[in-house]
Design a binder for this molecule. Structure first.
Ligand code: PMP
Ligand code: GLN
Length: 375
């Protein structure tokens, strides 16, 4: 695991603290989620929900997760055997790769990729095969994807809406991926933590495509949807035997997690559509503010269709080294961002790209764009 070192998010957040810069690096909101949800956690602590919860998660939360999948996507799940509560999406990703991959298996994934994917593939003793998403639309070359599938391929690891690019995979793209999965009898693990942050197009869970329900594990997290990233309540849903395999691994990673937060997240999942709509609308306004500011500062901006991240090409500013740029940015402008190159195997593809998070208060984003104009 030597190559993995410290995550870029820890490194850049430490840089922000050290320099007092505005932190648009690590993706966490600077305001809390609904007080109704926070109150439910406080009540749960006071009511004594402080010991180990059931290994698969409390029934109320599993029920709420199943209901959420039915309400938004028409996915029917048995909360007793097809839903597992995890310590954030991070554990769901780790446990599913450890459960489903044997040493030597190959995992096909898109780059740029969320950093824990590569680390967890390595932990499982598997090998990653990456297919590059290229700006401005961050599409993939179907022939490249087809060629990445080999007899050793075990699963396709998907992320939509996609971090760091903000891409939302289209119906056609998902259909292509699903066709390959069925044809080669592959499993799909799909990370959909930004499912409620789609500004253009529509979030389509790949599990809803023909032939996919029986081979797909779907992951999400309360961190993103309810702005409580520190609570680490995530979940994974899918066919009972795959969920059982993941549960076996989870037992030995964390055993259980977040007893008093589980009923609170169930309250969140039960909020009306107005909560989810307002959350998306608020983040869309923040996206527009940041992207306009980044464009005014001279960057080429790839306006994201979803998530709370925007990627820019820094070359119009006369430099092409994203990592050096991000290390200099706090001193020169008082802003922290993340160099996308760390999310690539093919470093040339991401050398000149930088990610800014916009899950921050309006005045913070305004201050950041004012500062960025000084570069
Ligand atoms: N997947 C993606 C794509 C992410 O951006 C993140 C970061 N929040 C995670 C997983 C991890 O989620 P959690 O904090 O719930 O572990
Ligand atoms: N997912 C968040 C991001 O991409 C960070 C989470 C973390 O620090 N691991 O910024």
């Amino acid at each position: 695991m030597r190559e993995f070192g410290e995550t870029i998010f820890a490194e850049m957040s430490a840089l922000a603290v050290r320099t007092g810069a505005v932190n648009l690096g690590q993706g966490f909101p600077d305001t809390d989620g609904p007080s109704l949800i926070a109150d439910a956690a406080i009540e749960a602590i006071r009511a004594g929900h402080n010991q180990y919860p059931p290994g698969i998660g409390i029934p109320m939360l599993r029920q709420a997760i199943a209901e959420h999948q039915r309400h938004f996507y028409g996915i029917e799940l048995d909360p007793a055997i097809e839903v597992l509560v995890t310590a954030g999406a991070t554990e769901a990703i780790a446990a599913s790769l450890l459960a489903l991959c044997e040493p030597g298996d190959e995992v096909v994934m898109f780059e740029p990729y969320y950093d824990s994917y590569a680390a967890c593939v390595a932990l499982a003793g598997a090998r990653r095969r990456v297919v590059t998403l290229r700006p401005p639309r961050y599409g993939f070359d179907p022939a490249e994807l087809d060629a990445a599938i080999t007899p050793a391929t075990r699963l396709i690891l998907l992320n939509t809406p996609h971090n760091p690019t903000g891409k939302v995979f289209s119906a056609d793209e998902l259909a292509h991926i699903a066709r390959l999965a069925v044809e080669h009898d592959l499993l799909v693990v799909t990370d959909e933590v930004y499912e409620h942050l789609v500004f253009e197009g529509e979030h389509i869970p790949i599990a809803t495509l023909p032939g996919m329900a029986e081979r797909t594990l779907t992951i999400s997290s309360a961190g993103k949807t309810f702005s409580f990233t520190g609570w680490k309540i995530g979940w994974i849903t899918g066919p009972a035997e795959l969920v059982a395999a993941v549960r076996t691994i989870k037992q030995f990673l964390t055993y259980v997690n977040g007893a008093p937060f589980q009923p609170a997240v169930a309250v969140g999942l039960g909020l009306g559509d107005d909560y989810f709509d307002a959350f998306t609308a608020d983040m869309r306004a923040k996206r527009d503010l940041l992207c306009a500011g980044l464009a005014a500062a001279g960057f080429e901006v790839f306006v994201p269709q979803g998530t709370y991240f925007a990627t820019v090409d820094i070359r119009p500013l006369g430099t092409d080294d994203g990592r050096a740029f991000c290390l200099a940015l706090p001193e020169r402008c008082g802003v922290v961002a993340v160099p996308n190159v760390v999310f690539y195997d093919n470093v040339d593809e991401g050398w000149h790209l930088v990610r800014f998070a916009f899950c921050k208060r309006t005045e913070v984003l305004e201050e950041a764009v004012t500062r960025l104009a000084r570069w």
